[in-house]
Design a protein around this ligand. Structure first.
Ligand code: CA
Length: 229
């Protein structure tokens, strides 16, 4: 059955655009134009995912999220403004599964929706645990990485970077996204740190095992995907 998604967004044009894209992708979709209506609809249940704008009239998105989380574990992706760093941090603290910054490319939103829905399914069927890509396996709980049967030693940041790539397998992640997720919003160092750490990972994985897992997408970012022939 098609996953059902609730769009809580007061900007009618954006809501309509996202709705059409979701329908086109085969999802079912409903819309709510203010926080209170969105919260009521979300609490009534029946949704597989909530897309929740932060800047909403009535009840703002973070307040909706806070109230929703006291009763429901339904996956939530926040739609945040570009400079609203605090919204992202508190949103994730308050139990949002992911966020996307406006203005966003619809392809990225659809990709994040797929990841969150896949994660929700995995949690339900209890087959979570190790993240894999071909022979590569990363176990977040045990903090171990193996390629085949061979252990791979990674530093803390290398591990986080690889985990982020694997959680988004087959999805291209921009440098800014990787920087935020691995180094944090308040990182003030060199911005090429992502490229440097990608190089470390490639040495320890691609070069060491003679495979090609980490791909560069010119002008966009990086993606980890299976070792295609
Ligand atoms: Ca808004």
């Amino acid at each position: 059955m098609a996953a059902k998604i609730l769009i809580v967004e007061d900007e009618a044009k954006i809501a309509r655009f996202v709705e059409l894209e979701l329908l086109h992708e085969g999802y079912a979709a409903d819309k709510a134009a203010d926080g209170r209506t969105g919260l009521d609809m979300a609490l009534r249940g029946g949704y597989d995912l909530i897309l929740l704008d932060v800047m909403l009239p009535g009840l703002n998105g973070l307040e909706v999220l806070r109230r929703l989380r006291s009763e429901s574990a339904v996956p939530v992706i926040l739609l945040t403004a570009r400079d609203a760093v605090m919204d992202k941090v508190s949103g994730l603290d308050m139990g949002a599964n992911d966020y996307i910054t406006k203005p966003f490319a619809i392809e990225e939103l659809l990709a994040r929706i797929r990841v969150v829905l896949r994660g929700a399914n995995r949690a339900e069927t209890g087959t979570g645990g190790a993240l894999r890509c071909g022979e590569l396996s990363l176990d977040p709980a045990r903090h171990t990485v193996t390629y085949g049967d061979t252990p791979v030693n990674l530093t803390y940041k290398e591990f986080l970077l690889l985990q982020t790539l694997l959680e988004n397998r087959d999805i291209v992640l921009g440098r800014d996204t990787l920087l935020e997720r691995v180094w944090g919003f308040d990182y003030l160092g060199e911005t090429n740190v992502v490229d440097v750490y990608i190089r470390y990972l490639r040495q320890k994985l691609d070069d060491a095992f003679g495979v090609k897992l980490i791909h560069t997408v010119r002008g966009v970012g990086y993606v980890i995907k299976g070792d295609a022939p």
